[in-house]
Design a protein around this ligand. Structure first.
Ligand SMILES: [Zn+2]
Length: 547
């Protein structure tokens, strides 16, 4: 049945008609030149402008995108495919252009593992406006037009010739300038990583493939020989509290020299601060499993992390009571085999709103938990910390010391200073949380031999070089995203087993997430073949006689 034979045909014919090839070329042009601001600004920086290379790159990319769009411009597929491309490109462009985010495999994984309340913070007015202007309006135009396709055999021949011509242009442009392009791509791997929507789609496919392959992974045991060498001489249980921080960067810790007092309480505690510590990744989904894994950053992969037992498993096997308290977006599988409490699930109205809780919730039951300790125990507290972009939601009013603070998740609508103020307030609050944990352990020194170890999972960009948030691919990540605070507090008895002058002399040595696994085994006096003293931040300062 032809469209014209329908009774309401006249209204339909009012819709503008466009040839499928013309529309393909327009969509390709839109994707390449409108949704790729970050890509082109990098290309201008790396290739120079005006330059022949830049000109050829524009021609080449347009030809490639046009070839893909023409290939997909078959009846029934054209509109949904183009709209999908435009919506993905619009959403990705918002994050790339505003926050400098690069949407790689880890970023997709992080996004897929995020909680609803966390994702909600990203749906700001700025984001929605951007999506309407750059995603929905162009999509509606595509819905509105009537696409004219040539009759099949003719279209097929015509399109094949056109696609081959476009690909020929792409290849010849590339070959003509191959040296420049090859050198630029090798030197600046972030260029291809920002090509929109090619990079996000490519990485989403990689994520889907990897997730499918990871479904059948069976976790392999490690440290099967793990045992506690000897109890504390005093007979008191050893208790280590591991605070896994969130988004705290070393640069803004006054313990490390930041000129603003963000650690007033910790500064008064008898702690050690390691000034040169790097993270395993730049996002929670990478860093967290990596820091608890036996693998070093150099050897870690997501798959290995999933396929191997981790620190908490080894501690449990050694007979240590091990628990995980979650106030973030989940343990990423680390706590799958131990006792686990999620504060956002409990949603206690004193601390939580919409399943998001301030970190005070983790202190609430801590005293009682410590009072109930019977034997050696390790408690992991996974903090909410400084999770962005809604930093202002991370701290109670009492900690709103640096003002004016950005009171929205739409960081673009605040000044840089307001963003930094809100972020610093969240660190001030973390300072209070950590200091309170230490106070609780100190108050029970007659009953338990306590230690606290704090490491953030990764840092954060706060507008340096136009970057915000975190998750940059490690090879281009700025130090703000990879340099993290590492705080250690040991109670009297544990401290007595460590040469303090020796420890003091190592505080500026390079440390990293690689050290967590072995340092905790050392603190808990666990013996196993997989323990590496070289990675225990305290081993070299521990006399050989044991504790
Ligand atoms: Zn994180």
């Amino acid at each position: 049945m032809s469209v014209e034979s329908l009774p309401f045909a006249p209204t339909r014919t009012l819709r503008p008609v466009i040839g499928s090839v013309t529309l393909s070329l327009i969509v390709a042009f839109y994707l390449v030149f409108v949704t790729n601001r970050t890509f082109w600004s990098k290309a201008v920086e790396y290739l120079g402008a005006p330059s022949t290379a830049l000109f050829l790159l524009s021609i080449g990319l347009f030809s490639l995108f046009a070839a893909i769009c023409v290939t997909a411009s078959v009846q029934y597929l054209t509109k949904p495919f183009f709209i999908l491309l435009i919506m993905i490109a619009a959403a990705s462009a918002r994050f790339m252009d505003t926050f400098g985010t690069i949407i790689d495999l880890d970023m997709i994984r992080n996004a897929a593992q995020t909680t609803n309340s966390e994702a909600g913070h990203l749906l700001t007015e700025g984001f929605l406006t951007h999506m309407v202007l750059f995603g929905i309006v162009p999509s509606l135009l595509i819905v509105l037009v009537r696409i004219k396709h040539r009759p099949f055999p003719q279209k097929f021949k015509h399109n094949i010739v056109l696609i081959l011509c476009l690909l020929a242009v792409f290849l010849s442009v590339g070959i003509a300038n191959i040296r420049t392009f090859a050198a630029t791509l090798r030197q600046h791997r972030d260029l291809v990583a920002t090509l929109n929507p090619a990079a996000p789609i490519f990485n989403a496919v990689r994520y889907a493939v990897a997730t499918g392959a990871e479904k059948n992974i069976v976790v392999q045991p490690i440290g099967t020989d793990a045992r506690v060498i000897a109890p504390m001489q005093s007979g008191k249980p050893r208790v280590t509290i591991i605070v896994a921080g969130e988004t705290a960067r070393a640069e803004n810790f006054s313990l490390g020299g930041y000129d603003r007092e963000t650690n007033p309480l910790l500064a008064r505690q008898d702690i050690q601060y390691f000034t040169n510590t790097s993270s395993c990744g730049t996002a929670t989904a990478v860093s967290l499993p990596c820091m608890f894994s036996v693998y070093t950053r150099a050897n870690y992969t997501h798959r290995k992390g999933l396929a191997t037992e981790n620190l908490v498993d080894v501690l449990s096997r050694a007979g240590i009571k091990t628990e995980w308290w979650e106030n973030n977006t989940g343990s990423k599988g680390i706590a799958d085999r131990i006792a686990y409490t999620s504060f956002s699930d409990i949603n206690d109205p004193r601390f939580c709103n919409n399943n998001e809780c301030v970190d005070d919730v983790t202190l609430d039951g801590l005293g009682a938990w410590l009072d109930g300790v019977k034997g050696d125990s390790v408690l992991v507290i996974h903090q909410q910390g400084s999770h962005g972009p809604a930093y202002y939601l991370r701290y109670p009013e009492k900690f709103r010391r640096f003002t004016p603070d950005c009171r929205t998740a739409d960081l673009g609508s605040c000044s840089r200073q307001e963003v930094v103020n809100a972020y610093d307030n969240s660190l001030l609050y973390t300072d209070y949380i950590l200091s309170s944990v230490i106070d609780m352990l100190k108050a029970r020194e007659d009953k338990v031999a306590g230690s606290m170890i704090y490491m953030s999972d990764h840092g954060e960009s706060l507008g340096e070089r136009g970057l915000y948030l975190h998750g940059a691919p490690y090879f281009i990540a700025p130090s703000q995203q990879t340099q993290i605070p590492f705080v250690l507090w040991t109670g009297k008895e544990t401290k007595a087993g460590i040469d303090q002058a020796c420890l003091q002399a190592t505080l500026n040595e390079p440390r990293s997430h690689d050290n967590l696994f072995h340092t905790v085994l050392g603190l808990m006096n666990v013996s196993t073949k997989i323990y590496e003293p070289g990675l225990d931040a305290l081993a070299m300062c521990r006399p050989r006689t044991g504790s």
